[in-house]
Design a protein around this ligand. Structure first.
Ligand code: ATP
Length: 251
């Protein structure tokens, strides 16, 4: 595909007998906000780990910025901002130390933007990370993932376990980032209303297989009309993934 930042082709990954990913194709266009949706255990994190080069493709290929993230980790990861579900921050640091430490790793670090995010997220520089709440840790993780203005932002379940206010902050920050020309976001979530609010492209995965992928507006337009209107993402998900997986996804 033309200007794809991420290009995954026929990617298969098994854990024992279980296929976590089964011949998955994913194309994320430059400048897109691409939502990866699926129930718990659908394969979202496994796919993201391949994009980051943390897992080697068993079959198929993964290219990010046209490069193999396993063979060229520095070239790829230096252009990606990443926030994981676990959000593994060095807990012994203060917020200020985390900012200075991360700043030293990335030449593109933007001090003014980092300070803007710190104020927006109400993070005290002297606060030790281990004393922060889960929501505050997520904000700190997001700050350091955004402040070097990466070309690609990858968020794995950014809202997992967070209250609605923190979620709204995260969404606002994502939107702010994408507003900067040409930046791309891939984020996974099982909160379909959240994905619907921010994503312009969606890939649905179920039991390791892609069941639907494309621009959200086109997917809705091409779907069956529900009561004289276009379906919501939730209704699309139900139609393609089924009641069992959808109810799992809402937990
Ligand atoms: P969640 O929303 O719960 O995070 P997910 O869509 O991110 O789910 P994955 O974490 O990618 O799903 O897991 C896909 C499948 O692969 C699951 O059945 C999971 O148990 C399995 N799996 C993932 N990592 C491993 C591993 N290291 N060893 C064994 N099985 C694994």
């Amino acid at each position: 595909m033309g200007d794809s930042v991420i290009s995954v082709s026929e990617l298969t990954r098994r854990f024992g007998a279980r296929a976590a990913l089964d011949a998955v194709n994913l194309s994320v266009a430059r400048g897109a906000v691409h939502g990866l949706v699926g129930a718990n255990g659908a394969g979202k994190t496994t796919l993201i780990k391949h994009v980051l080069g943390l897992l080697v493709a068993e079959r198929g290929s993964v290219r990010v910025f046209g490069l193999d993230p396993v063979a060229e980790p520095v070239a790829v990861l230096s252009r990606i901002g990443y926030l994981s579900e676990e959000n593994d921050l060095p807990v012994w640091m203060t917020v200020g130390e985390l900012i200075r430490y991360t700043r030293a790793l990335y030449p593109g670090w933007d001090d003014a933007y980092a300070e803007e995010l710190r104020l927006m997220f109400a993070l005290e520089p002297a606060a030790r990370i281990k004393t922060l709440s889960k929501g505050q840790k997520a904000r700190a993780g997001l700050l350091v993932a955004l402040a070097y203005r990466p070309e690609l932002l990858v968020l794995d379940e950014p809202s997992s376990g967070l209250d609605p206010i923190v979620r709204r902050d995260i969404l606002a920050a994502v939107i702010r980032t994408i507003a900067h020309e040409g930046r791309t976001v891939l984020f996974s979530s099982h909160l379909l209303d959240e994905v619907e609010q921010v994503a312009d492209h969606v890939t649905m995965i179920s039991h390791g297989k892609v069941v639907l992928s494309g621009p959200l507006a086109a997917l809705k337009r091409d779907a069956q009309v529900v009561g004289g209107r276009e379906p919501t993402l939730d209704e699309l998900f139900f139609a393609h993934v089924g009641i069992h997986a959808a109810s799992e996804a809402e937990t």
